[in-house]
Write a protein that binds this ligand. Structure first.
Ligand SMILES: Nc1ncnc2c1ncn2[C@@H]1O[C@H](COP(=O)(O)OP(=O)(O)OP(=O)(O)O)[C@@H](O)[C@H]1O
Ligand SMILES: [Mg+2]
Length: 358
């Protein structure tokens, strides 16, 4: 049993509070991804769970055990560090087998486990090398292999794929996901990468300033962000935000009075919020309309053809915005385009705190 329960956890470095009163319940076998901007406390939280960093206040449970004072070695957790932390004087094989030898695992069993992990991570050719004779990406895979062979109750990964090239990254991403399904181990994975967060996680924890902004499935984090921070952080290109207000029966963009056709529910929410709010529209939720009727006319500033779709940059109501359109449509800079927000796909956030209006 390796559920993880974090209750009112506080972490301070001197007078500086990195994590103010955090609560989090992770179920056994769950694959959790922590995302958030640099410095928001992702690594600190992982190190706390691993037992490498003391807690200032609160409680941490792994399974039914309160582990606040339990040393890292007795937590049965394997962590892959952001900077790998390989033993420089040991060959790759020893780096991977060392912890098992300490535990007295039989030699044949160790060899089998190292072989399996090395095959999975494509590092068999490097087993006799020292870490300094490897590329960054290879070192990262060794660090992952070292965690995998231990068969721990909980895996903690701190941006383990950041040094891999795009192709290998996609491959290892899929392998880790498969592995998590096979091993049935609780996993916490830290990443900056949208795609990794969305594709791997059972649930995503979005962190900012050491606080949980939202803890939901990838679908809900994307479709129903709890606040403007989450809305802007998840999704690429990022959600467009416009100051908007109700003028009479019409919703308009505050800066220049451009009318946007929002549905009745959205209008009602705007009204409840005092008539003013931040309107959020994802680039993929602009539909291209044939003419100006009920659409917004924009002037194309920049076109980025991605192959699978095309990003169109434009300026709207004083805001630089992006629409994701069909790749067959190749507007040119200076062209006029008619865009219509897809009904029911817009978001509204209160001006003051950025909370979603519901
Ligand atoms: N030992 C320490 N002493 C003082 N402050 C620290 C210490 N370790 C981390 N911090 C601070 O705590 C905050 C959180 O750091 P942490 O490493 O957890 O961020 P992170 O979310 O992992 O960022 P990144 O995405 O850049 O890896 C940062 O502001 C950092 O400067
Ligand atoms: Mg970090």
């Amino acid at each position: 049993m390796a559920s993880i329960s974090i209750r009112n956890l506080i972490k301070r470095y001197g007078n500086y509070t990195v994590i103010p009163a955090l609560n989090l319940e992770i179920a056994d076998h769950e694959f959790i991804v922590f995302v958030g901007p640099s410095g928001c406390g992702k690594s600190t939280l992982l190190r706390i769970i691993a037992g490498l960093e003391p807690i200032s206040a609160g409680d941490l449970y792994i399974g039914d055990d309160r582990v606040n004072g339990v040393p890292a070695a007795r937590r049965d957790i394997a962590m892959v560090f952001q900077d790998y932390a390989l033993y420089p004087h040991m060959r790759v094989y020893e780096n991977m087998s060392f912890a098992l030898e300490l535990r007295g695992v039989p030699k044949t069993e160790i060899a089998a486990r190292v072989k399996r992990a090395a095959a999975l991570l494509h590092i068999e050719p490097y087993l006799d090398r020292k870490p300094k004779e490897l590329s960054g990406g290879q070192r990262q895979r060794v660090a992952m292999g070292r965690a995998i062979v231990r068969n721990p109750k909980v895996f903690l990964f701190d941006e383990p794929l950041s040094n891999l090239d795009a192709k290998l990254r996609a491959q290892v991403r899929a392998e880790i996901k498969t592995l998590s399904q096979q091993l049935k181990t609780t996993m916490i994975f830290v990443t900056h990468d949208q795609v990794e967060a969305m594709t791997m996680a059972d649930r995503i924890v979005v962190l900012q300033g050491g606080s949980v902004q939202q803890y939901d499935t990838p679908e809900l984090v994307y479709e129903r962000p709890a606040n403007q921070f989450v809305a802007g952080f998840i999704g690429s290109p990022t959600m467009n935000f416009f100051p908007a207000e109700l003028r009479g029966e019409r919703v308009v963009l505050s800066h220049d009075g451009t009318a946007v056709g929002l549905n009745g529910a959205a209008q009602a929410r705007l009204k409840n919020a005092g008539g003013k709010a931040v309107l959020g529209i994802r680039p993929e939720h602009f539909a291209v309309a044939p003419d100006a009727s009920e659409a917004i006319e924009v002037t194309v500033k920049l076109v980025e053809p991605l192959g699978s779709d095309t990003l169109v940059h434009f300026e709207l109501a004083g805001v630089s915005a992006i629409a994701r359109v069909h790749p067959g449509l190749r507007p040119r800079v200076g062209d006029h385009l008619y865009l219509r927000p897809e009904p029911g796909k817009t978001h509204l956030f209160d001006n003051e705190h950025g909370r979603v209006l519901s």
